[in-house]
Design a protein around this ligand. Sequence first.
Ligand code: GTQ
Ligand code: FE2
Length: 374
Amino acid sequence: MNIAETSAFAVGSDGELGALYEGLEAAELQPLWTITEELLTPTPRPAAVPWLWTFSTMKPLAREAIRLVPVGRGGERRVLALRNPGLGGRPYAVGTLWGALQCLGPREVAPAHRHTPGAVRFVLEGEGVWTTVDGDACVMRPGDLILTPSMQWHDHTNSGDQEMFWFDGLDLPMVQAMDGVFFERWPGPGESQPRPAERNASAARRVEGPRYTDDAVTGPLSPQPSQLLIYRWPETAAELERRGRKSDDPLVTIEYTNPRTGSSVLPTMACALHRVRGHSQAVRRAGNAVYVVFSGQGASVIDGQRFSWRPGDMFVVPSWSAVEHIATQADLFVLSDEPVLRALGIARRQVLPEPQQVTGEFHRSPRSGEGEIR
Ligand code: GTQ
Ligand code: FE2
């Protein structure tokens, strides 16, 4: 930083100012007046960029990983993390959220462990897997949402002869930012929890209260995760149908809720489902989101770039980026960090009056695997 620039309003000679800045530098002190504009931005400036990972690129690589890299102690999980190119090599989908494709081959078991970051799974393809969460075997089928809240033991078992693929979302970057990561391996006996006595027990237990709400959860904030760990696709679809019939909005949104409190499913992360049936309004939201295409084909315009998508594709909308969706009929799973912004009293949304001008198209060349904006 040039002294004349930083000192436009300073009094004193260049020599005195030079000595001051040298003194500050040597003392590990940073004068705020030299960094105000990059620190206190009028609106969020996420390092993460809008990006899309196609299932057609990810799945063959995941299948090669199934063939070549066994799952087990050490690696723990066969997970391909979405690595946002704006984040300087950090393995995060956006600054606050981990997003990944996880897969298990026939008869594979991912060993039990637990950690402070909480996780959600949204199932894309295959049958035969269950995730055991603190002794409760949660059977996973396409379209189901399964929760593994913070510090609950979890392992994944594929008892069938199909490969299985699902999306993982974790609040790992947030927990990391709080320097709050703790991780433990199952102490045994064995690598995973004993063959569970219970199956889908959290769903069988009658937890009173609605499991879905419209877009904005306004219920009391709860540090407790949902005790209901499974949200089945047929129930989600029925709720979408019901709400879809009552409105002609091109976007029907439901948020999964903790039935006991009416708040988000996990303290840090909200899960929602968008049914797109037309051209939605452009909106901005404070906080980051990861989208997973469950069904249908369409496109989203993010900050003027058009991203076309198909089932299994995953894309990210960084904080305060404008986004609108276009499809005849498509279902998108959405993971966001909005509960944290709500808890801090800084959640905000803005609906834009006009659709965005499309200034570019996002393409992934299947050859290089590199994304490209044209
Ligand atoms: O399935 O337990 O994508 O611990 C990242 C960390 C999945 C898991 C991830 C994990 C898991
Ligand atoms: Fe885990």
